[in-house]
Design a protein around this ligand. Structure first.
Ligand code: PHE
Length: 461
């Protein structure tokens, strides 16, 4: 079976797909306001250090388990150990990852539906479709359900096309577009009145704000979510790094595209994108402020989270006249692209398990699973007061770090001495004795578990 699996066609393909998964809504509405409210440049610096010291090795745990086992998260965790009991436990934990990925997708699609509403509304106005524009502006569960359905259908369509024609080919097109859109929007916003004050608030470091351990831990949580760690996404993508890349390396007679380097590049692209998103969102909030919109909460801090993107920025665009409509369309296209390259990676987790563990074809598996996840989204939309925050918290605050811990423990304690792992390591003679392979196992065995447990204790307080 291993040989019939699809593989990414090049390291560029892998980088687009993995950074597509990592770069998502978390980067655009999580990171910027957190940075502006917590010491600006100082937070950015600490975040970068944490991302590399702690999240990057956890990302490597996933990529290496995937590459090593050449399979989905359930099969991988269920077959790493010579001990059958541990393998049985691994299988159960693998399913916890699959359920977490599916539940994250169920609320992510709802949020993406809201974003579609905000982006389609100025388009409808431009096209003089007033009724449609009104429908898009008016909050209703029917609207949320329909647009969530549209987004889920797009996610399904890409995943059903397979690894190369679907996920890889779309990521290769969408990720460069995403970067261009972001840069164009930054240039536009920077030229508006009030933007430079925003840039200062974002970047001037205030080191007195970053000594708070709670803050460091939440920065850590943010970087885990942002790098898509703990649900099997990076694991399955790691398993699609196949012989093709090995061939690519030997053809070039260099060892450029080894796993640690690929993982580090993804980490860098993800943090770099968050950093750039801050250069758009924070100046935009200050531009809104200079136009009389309220951008601060009771305690004087900048408002954060979804309301920035769903309320303040749309009001800002509205006040900009007809140029504002185009800016709004560009901005919500940016968010939709960021969302879909992440949602396809979430859907790939259950789909890969279904296609590798049952006789179902990719199309049937993707159809059944997408419908099931959409049904869960529908239940959440209909009971959103009760369920929305609960599902977000359960998956992102508890399941994801917990599974991050599991993956580090499996990589650190079970895979550590494995022969195949030594093979992966030995493919890269230049790195064999380098810092990575010396530090990484230690990290996975001790540092990561300790840190994640600290994070849990913190979140329970
Ligand atoms: N990393 C994505 C974001 O920042 C979210 C995500 C989580 C994607 C888990 C896949 C798996 O929005």
């Amino acid at each position: 079976m291993a040989d019939s699996r699809a593989h990414f066609s090049s390291s560029f393909g892998f980088l687009m797909v993995a950074s597509g998964s990592a770069i998502g809504l978390g980067n655009i509405w999580g990171f910027p306001t957190q940075a502006a409210n917590n010491g600006g440049g100082a937070f950015v610096l600490v975040y970068l250090i944490l991302a590399f010291l702690l999240a990057f090795p956890a990302l490597m745990a996933e990529l290496i388990i995937g590459r090593h086992s050449n399979s989905n998260i359930v099969t991988a965790l269920g077959s790493l150990s010579p001990n059958t009991r541990i393998n049985r436990l691994g299988t159960v934990l693998g399913y916890v990852g699959v359920i977490t990925a599916s539940l994250i997708l169920s609320f992510y699609s709802i949020v993406a539906g809201w974003i579609l509403a905000k982006g389609l509304q100025p388009l409808a106005e431009l096209l003089n479709a007033t009724q449609l524009a009104l429908w898009l502006t008016t909050d209703s569960s029917t609207r949320d359900l329909i647009l969530c359905g549209v987004f889920s259908a797009a996610t399904y369509a890409i995943v059903a096309q397979g690894i190369n024609k679907g996920i890889e080919s779309w990521s290769k097109k969408l990720m460069p577009t995403l970067l261009l859109l972001l840069i164009a929007l930054i240039i536009y916003v920077m030229n508006q009145e009030g933007a430079s004050a925003g840039l200062r608030a974002y970047l001037v470091p205030d080191f007195s704000r970053i000594s708070d351990p709670a803050l460091l831990l939440s920065a850590m949580g943010q970087s885990f979510f942002s790098l898509s760690i703990g649900v099997g996404t990076m694991l399955i993508y790691g398993s699609y790094i196949g012989k093709t890349l090995a061939k690519e390396q030997s053809a070039r007679k260099i060892h450029r595209d080894n796993l640690p380097r690929l993982g580090a590049t993804v980490t860098l692209m993800d943090s770099g994108f968050s950093f750039l998103a801050g250069m758009l969102v924070i100046p935009a909030l200050y531009v809104a402020q200079s136009q009389g919109l309220s951008v601060a909460e009771g305690d004087g801090k900048l408002i954060s989270g979804p309301s920035v993107v769903l309320q303040v920025l749309p009001s800002l665009f509205n006040g900009m006249g007809s140029a504002g409509q185009y800016v709004a369309i560009a901005f919500f296209t940016l968010l939709s692209i960021a969302a879909i390259t992440s949602s396809i990676s979430m859907l790939e987790v259950p789909v890969s398990v279904a296609t590798e563990k049952t006789p179902l074809s990719r199309t049937s598996a993707a159809t059944i699973i997408s419908l099931l996840i959409f049904a869960v989204s529908a239940v959440i939309v209909m009971n959103s007061a009760l369920l929305f925050d609960a599902v977000v918290n359960m998956t992102t605050r508890y399941s994801e770090p917990f599974m991050g811990l599991v993956l580090c423990l499996f990589a650190g304690w079970i895979l550590h001495r494995d022969k195949k792992l030594l093979q992966i390591r030995d493919q890269h003679t230049d790195l064999k004795l380098s810092w990575f392979w010396r530090i990484w196992p230690f990290y996975c065995r001790f540092l990561c578990p300790i840190f994640i447990v600290l994070m849990f204790v913190q979140s329970l307080r």
